[in-house]
Design a protein around this ligand. Sequence first.
Ligand SMILES: Cc1ncc(COP(=O)(O)O)c(C=O)c1O
Length: 350
Amino acid sequence: MVDPRAYEAMGQPVTGIRDPYFLSIMAEIQAGLREVLGTKNSKTFPIPSSGSGGMEAAIGNFVREGSKFAVFTAGHFAERMATMGQRHRAQVVRCNKEWGEVFSREEASAFIEREKPDVVAFVQAETSTGAYQSGRAITAAAHEAGALVIADCVTSMGAMPVEMDSVGIDIAYSCSQKGLSCPAGLSPISISPRAWEWLERRQDEPFTWYFDLRLIAKYFEEPHVYHHTPSPPLYYAMHQGLAVIEEEGLSNRWERHKTVGQKLVTELVKLGFEPLVKKSGDRIWHLTVVLPPAHVDEAKLRDRLMNKYGIEIAGGLGKLAGKILRIGTMGPLSTEDQAAFLLDAIATAI
Ligand SMILES: Cc1ncc(COP(=O)(O)O)c(C=O)c1O
């Protein structure tokens, strides 16, 4: 759900790309993104795309042709990272687990010590399964092996801890349409000083021009060298999305998502649903993924919820298609009242 303040902000006049007002909004967005990502990285800015563009930028800049790219895969979006790595002609190696599981420190270390990759990637909040992996089990072993770490924070940012610096993530990317409650179209990305030095030393040019981070970064710094034309309404929305989070307080926002998410799971279990992720500590708070009771057809249930109540719930992706329900309760939707409305609707519709 787009926050009402983001909607309102999008009606402001569209300025030129070097207008001082626009530049001030841009600088405040960069500061706000550092807060929600938990980083001091100066190289933190939004790029013009949905979350997949952030993924392509991270991989296109840091995964070179022929280099070894190790991906922790236990869901659809981690698979997408591996596929992108292949398209960028890397030597992709996967550490696979059942979808919905998370990786232990021992599993991560054994894989990284064996493979000795140049770059390691994982998904912090795997939206296809509802599993949350902070990354702490992965980053130390990756750094010991001299690898850079890319984290997909598309679903975690703004709703759950990313804590980029303390977890040890080198490159994090996200999106505007989930934890920030804005329309899709801007993908925040942040790069650690260590990763930026690596990029500065990179001799060959990345295959991608549009997502060349060295070129894009120049627009966000004096003298704001033109790279692409940004869309001011999307920036205005993100500016407000971040302001709403700052006013609520990031940890209060996390707590709200956690409380509502846990309540939702408890009540759904009473109705006969089963969480896909077994351990409660491994679950995403604002994306509840459940298997329906045996007698319930998930597609028909989703249709009934949409047609009768205007509630949109997602189904499964990839090998979980037709098997699960994915219920997003993010930003303004994450309240006790909204959860009660949803649970009433589900109880009637099953
Ligand atoms: C974890 C994760 N990564 C990447 C993406 C791709 O983002 P987008 O659909 O904004 O391109 C998504 C989308 O839901 C996602 O959940």
